[in-house]
Write a protein that binds this ligand. Structure first.
Ligand code: ADP
Ligand code: ASP
Ligand code: MG
Length: 812
């Protein structure tokens, strides 16, 4: 015989009840069917009772809603008029009693446990009454006659022996082939007083398990709304998937740590009788579901599943030395057990100076009081510290019997957490070695579950989550390149690039599921309004793993956010030069903060666009070389200007073209003043190991001062006045076969940027268009310096450089 249990999620609507009907019709008979209240009804009943106790007349509206919901179902499910009327009468009778009870509570403003339990029992009584009419040939049995509880230490506990005997006695009459015995779950009666009690929230699973165990059923089927026991809570982890098989022990660990799929006490009765459980989906009955039995066959993954208790408080009992204090552990556990407080996590330091206990927040205050009272004398004497209570925490458990045979699981687990900036407050590993649990701050729960799930279950691909800030020329180009490349990266590198945020100066869109880089413009226009604080809060608030903030702006404000991002485990790739060229203290602190949090701060495109300059300097330094001298043409804009100037194209015209073709900054004076080159030289020198600031760089202006002091409009108007002077000098250079180059130089602690002339033997002489060139003289590259040359500006190559930085974070 099988026992089938249908949860509230399976009997919430007329459609789902019809699925239940066909599942039961297809089952081999005799069969026992246990049913929960309609989804949400138990909560609604308890809420109505609480409102009545508070003297709020709106409890009646809540009862009315329940009435409408149940009668509405009858209308939709039962066609025959006489049958419908009779069923409605039975429902009205139950509702009448429920209303009386709630009215009593309202009048007395008193809700005893006894009345609360009775009110809660109506959910299952109502749903089972409806199901009895809908299922073919079902006999409705009354669990109040055979599920028995006793009071123990103020708590309701199962009267297990009596229950087993009564079940066996009752069901003898329903063992004939073809019988469908229908039982409302969750409810029971007190052995002594006969009053209605319940088996606790989620208790219908328990009813079903007790019946299965007492009748030696061949299988217990738990029908719910997911395809089985999943690798993680599907409401939190979208990529979770059903587990084929679990052992009882694994299922127990996962359920105790919050996997809501089965009520934890339900596992024990069937485990004792070795009766397997199958978790199945009422909405997808063809799916194989999850089989839970003594020995489970496991796949290759070292763990079976992950679960979490998002409501954890940690109590710590500690002393400078507990060695001299006898029986601390026993006193702790006795005090809490006597009060019925359950401890789901214990962690004790080996030096015996402290023990930390995980309890739910509802129990925390009481537990604190009890433990403080238990050790009052020692605390007063100073031989123990006051008991500490930390709130707002979360416990995550990683479960799997495969862990016993595999090494390195803890290593992988904790390094994954560390890489994602999640710090661990306490750790415990069970003796069975099939559960490692740890406590983190509540805000990190989702992220911790995500990164663990990703690294243990989805290792066939890696996911990198990007926030792209700035969709001007570089940002837009980057998104275009990502769109074009993502399929290939997924196929060839197992890397999924997920754009989780796109922002421009006043608007942003954030979406964990991913934003299509081909079609984001309209979404962005309708995005949420942003200012700098909101941008920071949104990015950090998403608390997403393996994430990178990509700054494609030139904004000072955006650069001020990097430190907060590093502190939250987010890497930064910046095309924006502001941070790396800001004062040395800020630059240093940013690098140090990123390192401390195990995240990256990359800005290769700050100098020479996509050219591999900073990486090369880093590689040289890391391998023990010393950079002695840097000489470089680093301004694509200035190089363009001095390569374009000719007898036909005067100086002012070259500046205008540089602006129009997108080489220069919107205000070209940033280029003409050498400021941009100064910033680049500072960044390179710092990366080469020198402590330098922008003020340390000597700049020789080649344009009179007044051009920098006027408005941009005046500047453009005055610019042609310089043409004649430049033309005269250009002719001289042409005669000597020399060229202008704007050169940045670092040597012997001196930093200069200046317009120089180079002859045709100099390596800077041939340098087309907006190209950059850099000569690096080092201890090893001494006589013949290293030379890097190529496009030093342009959206395409800059975006490609940013993309390369992103790839190096993915470490593929
Ligand atoms: P029922 O009404 O059928 O008893 P429950 O709501 O009690 O259903 O339990 C099923 C729900 O448990 C699922 O809808 C799912 O959201 C949640 N859940 C949490 N963790 C897991 C997990 N690891 N596997 C499957 N479901 C889980
Ligand atoms: N209806 C009860 C509850 O919501 C029992 C159950 O669904 O298992 O807790
Ligand atoms: Mg349930």
């Amino acid at each position: 015989m099988k026992v089938l249990k249908f949860g509230g999620t399976s009997v919430g609507t007329a459609e789902s009840i019809l699925s239940v009907k066909s599942i039961v019709a297809a089952a081999e008979k005799p069969v026992v069917v246990v049913v929960s209240a309609l989804g949400g009804v138990t909560d609604a009943l308890l809420e109505a009772a609480a409102r009545a106790e508070a003297g709020e007349p709106d409890y009646r509206a809540r009862l009315d809603a329940l009435r409408t919901r149940h009668l509405g179902l009858v209308d939709r499910l039962v066609a025959d008029k006489a049958e419908k009327d009779s069923l409605k009468d039975r429902i009205e009778a139950l509702l009448g009693r429920l209303c009386d009870l709630c009215r009593g509570v309202f009048l007395l403003r008193d809700l005893s446990e006894r009345v609360r339990d009775e009110i809660a029992s109506f959910g299952e009584r109502l749903s089972a009454t409806i199901l009895a009419s809908v299922l073919d040939d079902a006999v409705l049995l009354d669990p109040l006659r055979f599920i028995k509880t006793v009071q123990h230490g103020g708590r309701t506990e199962l009267d297990s022996e009596l229950t087993a005997t009564l079940i066996q006695g009752t069901f003898q009459a329903y063992a004939a082939p073809g019988t469908v015995a229908l039982v409302p779950g969750f409810i029971a009666t007190d052995t002594e007083s006969g009053r209605i009690t319940t088996l606790g929230r989620g208790g219908s699973d328990y009813t079903a398990s007790l019946i299965a165990a007492a009748l030696d059923a061949e299988l217990l089927e738990i029908w719910t709304d997911v395809d089985g026991f999943m690798t993680a809570d599907p409401r939190i982890i979208q990529t979770s998937y059903p587990i084929d098989e679990l052992s009882y022990a694994e299922a127990m660990e996962l359920c105790n740590f919050g996997a809501k799929v089965i009520y934890p006490p339900s596992l024990y009765p069937v485990f004792r009788k070795d009766i397997p459980i199958r978790i199945l989906n009422t909405f997808n009955p063809g799916a194989p579901g999850t089989l839970i039995q003594r020995e489970a066959r496991h796949g290759s993954a070292p763990i079976a599943g992950i679960a979490s208790i998002g409501d954890t408080c940690l109590l710590t009992v500690s002393a400078p030395s507990m060695v001299d204090i006898i029986g601390v552990d026993s006193r702790i556990f006795s005090a809490l057990a006597a009060a019925g407080i359950s401890i789901f996590f214990v962690c004790q330091s080996s030096s015996e100076t402290g023990i930390s206990l995980g309890v739910r927040s509802a129990d925390a205050e009481r537990a604190l009081e009890l433990l403080s009272a238990t050790f009052a004398r020692e605390i007063a004497e100073g031989s123990m510290h006051p008991v500490a209570l930390e709130r707002g925490l979360s416990t995550v458990a990683v479960v799997g019997e495969n862990m016993r045979h595999k090494t390195g699981v803890a290593g992988k687990l904790f390094s994954t957490l560390g890489r994602n900036g999640i710090s661990i407050i306490a750790i415990a590993q069970g003796e069975t070695k099939s559960n490692i649990s740890f406590v983190v701050e509540q805000q990190f729960t989702r992220k911790a579950l995500n990164v663990i799930h990703d690294s243990f279950f989805l290792s066939e691909y890696q996911e990198l989550n990007l926030f792209v800030c700035g969709v001007g020329t570089v940002g837009a180009k980057l998104l275009e390149q990502i769109a074009g490349q993502s399929e290939k990266l997924m196929k060839e590198r197992n890397l999924k690039i997920n754009i989780v945020g796109i922002a421009r100066s006043t608007k942003g869109i954030f979406d964990r599921a991913g934003i299509d880089p081909k079609n984001y413009r309209d979404r962005l226009e309708n995005g949420i309004p942003l200012d700098i604080d909101k941008l920071r809060d949104e990015v950090i608030g998403m608390n997403i793993f393996n994430s990178v903030f990509v700054d494609c702006t030139a904004s000072f404000e955006v650069a001020t956010l990097y430190e907060a991002f590093f502190n939250h485990g987010i890497s930064v790739v910046a095309a924006n030069k502001v941070a790396a060229s800001s004062d040395y203290g800020t630059y240093h602190k940013l690098k140090e903060t990123a390192m401390r949090h195990g995240v990256k701060f990359l800005f290769e495109t700050n100098v020479g666009a996509g050219l591999p300059i900073i990486n090369t300097i880093n590689d040289l330094c890391n391998s023990g070389d010393r950079i002695e001298k840097i000489e470089a043409v680093l301004s694509g804009t200035l190089n363009f200007i001095f390569n374009t100037i000719s007898a036909d194209v005067p100086f002012s015209e070259t500046v205008r073209r540089a602006k129009e073709e997108g080489y220069s900054e919107p205000d070209p004076r940033i280029d003409l003043s050498g400021k941009d080159v100064i910033r680049k030289l500072v960044i390179l020198s710092r990366e080469a190991g020198y402590k330098v600031n922008q003020e340390d760089v000597q700049a020789e202006p080649f344009i009179p001062k007044e051009f920098f002091e006027c408005s941009l409009e005046e500047f453009w108007a005055k610019l042609p006045s310089l043409d004649a002077g430049f033309e005269a000098r250009r002719k001289e250079l042409e005669a000597r076969d020399e060229r202008w180059r704007y050169v940045a130089k670092m040597e012997d602690g001196k930093y200069t940027v200046s317009l120089r002339t180079v002859g045709n033997h100099h390596s800077f002489y041939v340098l087309d268009g907006s190209n950059n060139i850099i000569l690096i003289t080092t201890e090893r590259y001494h006589k013949h310096p290293m030379l890097i040359q190529g496009y030093g500006a342009g959206a395409g190559v800059t975006a490609a450089g940013v993309f390369a930085d992103i790839m190096s974070i993915a470490n593929i």
